[in-house]
Design a protein around this ligand. Structure first.
Ligand SMILES: [Zn+2]
Ligand SMILES: [Zn+2]
Length: 200
């Protein structure tokens, strides 16, 4: 889904080309045509190609068919997505922050935002699609929260760049509250099962 603001910003990028419309109504039509792209990433890519390789702003009909063709090719490629099977949606389960009850919801598959099919191996066992992992005191993923390097991690990081740093600040506060001497926490001061094996 493309916001009007984003389509406008991309429309402005075309203003260096010849035949760019300066009439307000024609600009509105241009924005409307640009909103026909299947995602903001796809629109940005389409505009990249125009500003890099064209000298004239193409007519609306060319833009509409160009974006439709780009969309068709992408949908075709995404049929190979092993996460959503080409449907574009995955079912996610979580807890409502409102009443704590379990909820299920349909979520747009990450393949739609990236325009690339996702392989099952990237349907991430490490972060379960949350995009970050860790935060545990002991065990396989002991240590501070980290961004996962899977497709979900990249997506989440783009949307909420401060998330992991904030989670770690909160985590460190909890650890400090739990122990009086953080510098001793790592090795000696606690019984074995509560020892902290991760890195700071
Ligand atoms: Zn998918
Ligand atoms: Zn992951």
């Amino acid at each position: 889904m493309i916001s009007k603001e984003f389509a406008k910003s991309q429309m402005e990028r075309l203003s260096a080309l010849k035949r760019f419309p300066f009439n307000a109504e024609a600009k509105r039509d241009l924005v409307k045509a640009l909103m026909g792209a299947i995602s903001e990433a796809h629109l940005a890519l389409y505009i990249d190609n125009l500003v890099n390789y064209e000298t004239e702003c193409p007519p609306l009909s060319t833009i509409r068919t160009g974006l439709a063709e780009q969309g068709r090719q992408t949908q075709e490629a995404l049929k190979a997505c092993e996460v959503c099977g080409g449907s574009g949606f995955v079912v996610v389960r979580g807890r409502s922050t409102h009443d704590g009850l379990e909820v299920t919801a349909a979520k747009l598959c990450a393949c739609r935002s990236f325009g690339q099919p996702i392989k099952r191996e990237h349907d991430c066992p490490r972060c379960q699609g949350f995009g970050f992992y860790g935060g545990e005191i002991a065990g396989q993923y002991a240590g501070p929260w980290k961004w996962c390097d899977c497709v979900y991690g990249r997506e989440k990081r783009e949307r909420e760049p401060e998330l992991v740093a904030e989670a770690n600040t909160a985590r460190e506060k909890l650890i400090r509250r739990a122990i009086s001497k953080p510098q001793d926490f790592k090795f000696k001061s606690l019984p074995q099962e509560e020892s902290y094996y991760g890195e700071y």
